[in-house]
Design a protein around this ligand. Structure first.
Ligand SMILES: Nc1ncnc2c1ncn2[C@@H]1O[C@H](COP(=O)(O)OP(=O)(O)OP(=O)(O)O)[C@@H](O)[C@H]1O
Length: 296
């Protein structure tokens, strides 16, 4: 085919399609994770470098060029988890059985309710786009379908794996007794216990949806994008799980992780109110939940 840019053959089209596909996959990998800020930084850096070259600022463009060479190696180190994630993703089977996801959602929510009723502490991370393999390695590998009795048995007080968190991949539990990164003790959530801070910490570093049942209060909460949501009842929990995890087909970017789960309707202030008197999602996300110790 002849175009203003010369001859374009089937190979060129294939070449462009593959590169576009790879760029899209890279985008899916970083969107919703903290890596997206690093990508923004790189784009700004590249922009300044190009501008320096165009304006003939030789010293600046020389320095930025040298820094860029070193930066490539730094990026390999910085993006090591994402690169590893990409390779893991390539090898992972695709597709998601909708009925299995629906059953897992119901079983998970029911198990959370039962654990909360009995005030049995639980910590459950649900993998989305960021693979949680490195956290799964800190615990015991399991490959079992999510079910109410199984989850209850895992977190039962004297069970060998009740300490730590479990990791879910779709409808399967892949690891139990895992250590999650603790959220820094100097932040908003410093007065929370370690279970809640581990949930917040993991959600801060990955796009996982992390569920917590408090042993002390018997409450159910979701940590997302470094924020801890409010207490949820069973219906709210199911809605959140449906929205955040089980409705997301493979290949579509994960749910936006900036917004924390909404505050309950009775906590919404009138000035934030939308048509239903509920806070707008962004406004709700900014509101900090009350520290646990003060609530008891
Ligand atoms: N880094 C971690 N990763 C995973 N689980 C952890 C981690 N740190 C603590 N836990 C879990 O949290 C439990 C201790 O919870 P702790 O009482 O300190 O937290 P909490 O936030 O007050 O929760 P609760 O309201 O259930 O008491 C531990 O027994 C362990 O199961």
């Amino acid at each position: 085919m002849t175009t203003p840019f010369g001859q374009i053959g089937v190979q060129d089209v294939l070449d462009i399609a593959v590169v576009a596909f790879l760029i899209y996959q890279a985008y899916l990998l970083v969107v919703g994770t903290r890596a997206v800020n690093v990508v923004r930084g790189i784009l700004v850096f590249a922009g300044v470098w190009v501008a320096a070259q165009l304006l003939g600022l030789t010293t600046l463009s020389f320095l930025l060029g040298r820094a860029g060479t070193v930066g490539i190696f730094a990026l390999l180190v910085l993006f090591q988890p994402e690169l590893r994630a990409a390779l893991e993703r390539v090898g992972r089977p695709r597709g998601r059985d909708a009925s299995a996801s629906g059953a897992a959602l119901q079983d998970l929510a029911r198990a959370m309710e039962r654990l909360a009723e009995r005030k049995t502490g639980a910590l459950i991370a649900i993998e989305r786009r960021t693979p949680l393999g490195e956290y799964a390695e800190t615990g015991v590998n399991i490959d079992a379908l999510v079910s109410v009795p199984f989850l209850e048995a895992l977190f039962a007080r004297n069970a060998p794996l009740h300490d730590g968190g479990i990791i879910l991949q779709g409808a399967r539990v892949i690891a139990a007794g895992c250590l999650f990164p603790l959220q820094a003790a100097d932040g908003t959530y410093r007065r929370y216990g370690t279970r809640h801070r581990a949930a917040i910490g993991l959600s801060e570093l990955t796009d996982a949806v992390v569920l917590v049942v408090s042993e002390e209060r018997g409450s159910m909460r979701i940590a997302l994008a470094g924020r801890l949501g409010p207490d949820l009842n069973g219906t709210e929990l199911r809605e959140q799980l449906r929205e955040l995890v089980y409705d997301y087909p493979v290949g579509r970017p994960a749910a936006p992780v900036k917004a924390a789960p909404p505050e309950p309707a009775d906590a919404a202030e009138p000035e934030d109110g939308g048509p239903n008197g509920q806070a707008a999602p962004e406004a709700r996300a900014e509101r900090r939940p009350e520290p646990r110790k003060e609530q008891t």
